[in-house]
Design a protein around this ligand. Structure first.
Ligand code: G1P
Length: 291
């Protein structure tokens, strides 16, 4: 199963980290020195994705600018001989034609956002990557999923999952666990944001999916679910009646950067793996943890 395209839903309002996200998209929040959106695009590139599809919304134009060339900046860096900086910009620049933007005109939910990408994705399996969740690991989460998919039948769907404490299951999509083969298992039921005490397991759906294009037909008529939104999980439940779903317990630490605590933790975690920052950061943390 070749996965060429990844969909990045970036229309969300980012209400959990206001006021930072009042005028700036949450996907542009910076972990160390890169915006969240660049981390997930890099993860997708590493996994072999060739086309990047963004489902944007109002006030998200700066995401398009981030992936565009800035001639004035290039010219200034060049005139000043700033080679390293020029290389960083060139590295992050997607190839012409390898990036598409479409717009979700109303905040109707994740399922609706993915449906907005149907014509750009077409009739092929594709990945969905939620930019507010970062996984610190090499190979990345999506690469691990694509590797798992290569060992499964052609029309399989995969979701990345991670165990969460029982008292937090109501915040996520949760899946039941069927037959297991190492880190990969057959999904036995899914539920979006189960009421406390009703979750089928503690394995939460993380923001990485590999889906078959038949999901679009289901999304087209999907009714509103949890939170009054059109939920991707509900459409996946529909598709699971005719196609297999597998959970992948990926290797690596997941960071929910759409929450304040997760965002701070991600900055520390991603800072600590940067050799030029590690020692200074450790010393600072020692100082502050004594408070
Ligand atoms: C979405 C999905 C949910 C998943 C979560 C992961 O929820 O609907 O199944 O567990 O992302 O972050 P949201 O966080 O958009 O409410």
């Amino acid at each position: 199963m070749k996965i060429r395209k990844a969909v990045f839903p970036v229309a969300g309002l980012g209400t959990r980290v206001l006021p930072a996200t009042k005028a700036m998209p949450k996907e542009m929040l910076t972990i160390v020195d890169k915006p969240l959106i660049q981390y997930v695009v890099d993860e997708a590139k590493e996994a072999g994705i060739e086309h990047f599809v963004f489902v944007t919304g109002r006030n998200k134009g700066v995401i398009e600018d981030h992936f565009d060339r800035m001639y004035e900046l290039d010219a200034t860096l060049s005139a000043r001989g700033k080679k390293a900086e020029m290389e960083i910009l060139a590295r992050d620049q997607p190839e012409a034609g390898a990036i598409s933007f479409t717009r979700q005109q109303a905040p109707l939910g994740l399922g609706h956002a993915v449906w907005c990408a149907r014509d750009i994705v077409g009739d092929e399996p594709f990945a969905v990557v939620l930019p507010d969740e970062l996984v610190l690991h090499t190979p990345g989460c999506l690469a691990q999923m694509i590797e798992a998919a290569s060992k499964l039948a052609a029309k399989s769907n995969l979701i990345a999952v991670e165990a969460v404490p029982d008292e937090l299951t109501h915040q996520y999509g949760i899946c039941g666990v069927g037959k297991r083969n190492g880190r990969v298992f057959e999904v036995d039921g899914m539920v979006e944001k189960p009421a406390k005490g009703t979750a089928p397991s503690n394995l939460s759906i993380t923001g990485r999916y590999i889906l078959q294009p038949e999901i679009f037909r289901i999304l087209e008529t999907q009714e509103r679910g949890a939170g009054g939104e059109i939920q991707l999980t509900d459409a996946m439940i529909g598709l699971s009646k005719t196609q297999k779903f597998y959970g992948v317990e990926f290797e690596g630490e997941r960071h929910d950067c759409g929450s304040k605590a997760g965002f701070l933790r991600a900055n520390i975690a991603f800072g600590m793996v940067r050799p030029e920052l590690r020692e200074g950061l450790r010393a600072e943390m020692k100082k502050y943890s004594a408070h």
